[in-house]
Design a protein around this ligand. Structure first.
Ligand code: AMP
Length: 214
């Protein structure tokens, strides 16, 4: 099954993609993670995108599409995948449609205030990538990952100025994709303001429906 998870930053796409991906055996492909890896490893791509990401702007479409195309060519995507954070613009969606057939798009609906609260409290493990939240999902020991003992950090783009900018960018450039995919009969809405468990239950129902249809 080839899926796209769409939604504002902080709507919970990444957390839910990781959980459901393990459950149904599909790889989660996060363009944000791919770019962050490139920055961490100091590659040429990383050097180009570092400043763009810190400000919460979007990486140019050509670079992003090339990265995704390369990633989707690998063997682990043969049975399908969950695209988390891609496409984020209409040209990206059109490029994707030119080389992949998508089975469904899940739209995680979440208001701005909830997004700001979630992102500003988010903490991530530097070693294993586990995601925490200072209020909703705190680690047992402050600043330390429960899973692997790694150090927890705040993403540069989870600072308040960057969060506000990412929301503006989302509304201007990514939100039009909701109409784009709804018009193609592919969109399924999820209430992402609920608890993770409730959103997951709703997501499982959507996937069941998609499996039946396929
Ligand atoms: P995310 O982890 O999905 O919030 O992505 C972090 C940052 O990576 C974004 O703010 C963008 O700078 C960049 N990025 C991730 N995915 C895309 C995309 N599909 N198009 C352009 N830039 C992206």
């Amino acid at each position: 099954m080839r899926l796209i998870f769409l939604g504002a930053p902080g709507a919970g796409k990444g957390t839910l993609a990781s959980t459901i991906g393990k459950e149904i055996g599909l790889p989660q492909l996060s363009t944000g993670d791919l770019f962050r890896d490139a920055v961490k490893n100091g590659t040429e791509l990383g050097l180009r995108v570092k400043g763009i990401m810190e400000k919460g702007e979007l990486v140019p479409d050509e670079l992003t599409v090339a990265l995704v195309r390369e990633r989707l060519g690998r063997a682990d995507t043969a049975q399908g995948y969950i695209l988390d954070g891609f496409p984020r613009t209409i040209p990206q969606a059109e490029a994707l449609a030119s080389f992949q057939r998508i089975d469904g798009v899940v739209n995680f609906q979440c208001g701005d205030e909830v997004v700001v609260r979630r992102l500003s409290g988010r903490r991530i493990c530097r070693s294993c990538g586990a995601i925490y939240h200072v209020e909703n999902m705190p680690p047992r020991r402050e600043g330390i990952c429960d899973r692997c003992g790694g150090e927890l950090y705040i993403r540069d783009d989870d600072r308040i100025d960057s969060i506000r900018n990412r929301l503006r960018v989302y509304q201007a450039q990514t939100e039009p994709l909701i109409g784009y995919y709804r018009g193609r009969g592919l969109l399924h809405d999820i209430d992402a303001e609920q608890t993770v468990e409730k959103s997951l239950a709703q997501l499982r129902k959507v996937l069941k429906k998609l499996r039946k249809a396929g």
